[in-house]
Design a protein around this ligand. Structure first.
Ligand SMILES: C[S@@+](CC[C@H](N)C(=O)[O-])C[C@H]1O[C@@H](n2cnc3c(N)ncnc32)[C@H](O)[C@@H]1O
Length: 456
């Protein structure tokens, strides 16, 4: 059965490894496209080796374009549409199925990042093609979609190149100095009157992210630190930056978004994506605490959870994969800005600005699980427990407390509730009694870091 194909170009050439700061960025790109292909039942076809080894005469950009159909035929793939992308692109996890948007035409995106470059390049090849190119339709060849009906035109493009290779190399490297196969492909398709779709949103080819100021966010609102390109882009193209910085930039982006590319989440991957344990950030819970919560609440994914105290949303992230929905409560909006970035793409978290120690009711769904980690003074903890009891839904009500062994007030309060039979201890969790925290106020844990109780 015919399938659509991502034709992904990632040729690691040892000779250029230093110039490109290594090839780790290619591995990152690949993970995003493999995930996207699986999600949309699309074939992932990597081109990892050149067909011709002479990369001066046959640049990879030329090779991908002229040998793409040969490679697919050789592999015996029954293709319909082909999306040609290279390894500087990352597919956003929720990019829609772009094959459905093409009208089955040759689909590309206009090149608008450097118009002077485009003009010079077009002028440079004008005599060779003896054709007046409509520059308004000039597209970038890094991200293009075509289909079986374009096979002949591409094979003829191959002949054109192979019959004129020396002239093309001379124009490319000695005369025009503006690009490789992109401008010739523009000429070839226009001259041959190929019908094009150039009108899809630019977010499917989000190039030169820095020029569009999309690495930033709306810092004036202080609402959400997630960079614009992550929120609004669909296919992020990391070009226009120094080649040797690509690994660094793409690794940072991957660190922010990788939790969205996992089909079956597990706690180790989650902790890795949170990337801070209590030693580096004393305000969050420890990895041990998070792992214990994860383990205890497997099978509770139909329950609602309310978290008191968001901080950077690190425990929130774990809770969001345990429960159907998480309401995380904080007094301080800046906390949400950081938490929203850490948890970008996670849709079952609602951020609720609220002062927990006011007398107002907290207006969220009744819940079965509460995670308490906001105020640590005796009256605040009493207030928290009473609020949980008031807000609890039918069925069992669980309350998870952080800092049980760290703050004497907190421990005293919980112990008293246990003594009078209002709370039952189910499990002590997290770091053990005696653990030394050099950076926290109370230094040594007098009991376990946390405790899971049930309201009786
Ligand atoms: C210890 S941190 C929470 C850490 C978080 N649970 C984690 O594991 O990463 C406490 C949080 O409670 C918030 N907080 C303090 N007082 C509050 C109040 N009255 N109402 C709501 N949030 C409050 C603080 O702004 C802070 O973000």
């Amino acid at each position: 059965m015919k399938k659509n194909v991502i034709f992904w170009v990632g040729v690691k050439n040892d000779h250029y490894a230093e110039k490109y700061g290594g090839w780790e960025w290619m591995d990152i790109s690949r993970k995003t496209w493999e995930y996207w292909c699986e999600k949309h039942d699309v074939i992932f076809f990597p081109m990892e080796k050149p067909i011709k080894d002479d990369l001066v005469k046959y640049r990879i950009n030329w090779q991908k374009s002229i040998y793409c159909f040969d490679l697919l035929d050789e592999a015996g793939i029954d293709y319909d549409q082909i999306f040609l992308v290279d390894a500087s692109c990352m597919a956003k996890w929720d990019m829609s199925n772009v094959f459905e948007l093409t009208d089955h035409k040759f689909t590309a995106w206009r090149e608008t990042d450097n118009l002077n470059w485009v003009y010079d390049s077009v002028k440079g090849y004008e005599d060779f093609f003896s054709y007046k190119l409509d520059i308004q339709k000039y597209f970038s060849s890094g991200v293009i979609i075509f289909n079986k009906s374009h096979r002949d035109i591409f094979l003829e493009f191959k002949d054109l190149y192979l019959n004129n290779v020396d002239r093309f190399v001379e124009l490319q490297d000695k005369i025009v100095h503006k690009g490789t196969e992109q401008t010739p492909l523009n000429y070839w398709l226009q001259k041959n009157k190929v019908k094009m779709n150039l009108d899809l949103p630019f977010t499917y080819k989000l190039t030169h992210i820095h020029r569009k100021e999309m690495f930033g966010n709306n810092w004036q609102l202080k609402e959400d630190d997630t960079p614009y390109f992550i929120k609004y882009g669909k296919n992020w193209v990391f070009n226009g930056i120094s080649k040797n910085q690509r690994t660094e930039v793409m690794s940072q982006v991957w660190g922010l978004v990788k939790h969205n590319y996992i089909k079956n989440q597990n706690i180790n991957l989650l902790l890795d994506s949170i990337n801070e344990d209590k030693h580096t950030n004393p305000t969050t819970t420890s990895n041990k605490f998070k792992s214990d919560v994860w383990e205890f609440f497997q099978g509770y994914d139909d329950k609602i959870c309310v978290e008191f105290g968001t901080h950077k949303g690190q425990t929130t992230k774990v809770l969001s994969y345990c429960f159907k929905h998480v309401y995380t409560i904080n007094i301080n909006l800046e906390s949400f800005a950081a938490a929203k970035m850490l948890n970008v793409g996670i849709e079952n978290i609602t951020y609720v600005p609220f002062n927990l120690y006011s007398d107002r009711d907290l207006n969220v769904e009744k819940s079965n699980v509460f995670m308490i980690d906001a105020g640590h003074k005796y009256p605040e903890v009493i207030h928290d427990i009473n609020r949980c009891i008031k807000m609890s839904a039918d069925g069992d009500c669980y309350i998870i407390f952080d800092d049980y062994g760290l703050f004497p007030d907190l421990k005293q309060c919980i112990d008293e509730y246990v003594d009078i039979g209002k709370l039952k201890v189910l499990k002590k969790i997290g770091q053990l009694k005696g653990t030394y925290y050099p950076t926290t106020q109370n230094k040594v844990l007098k009991d376990y870091e946390g405790i899971i109780c049930q309201s009786v």
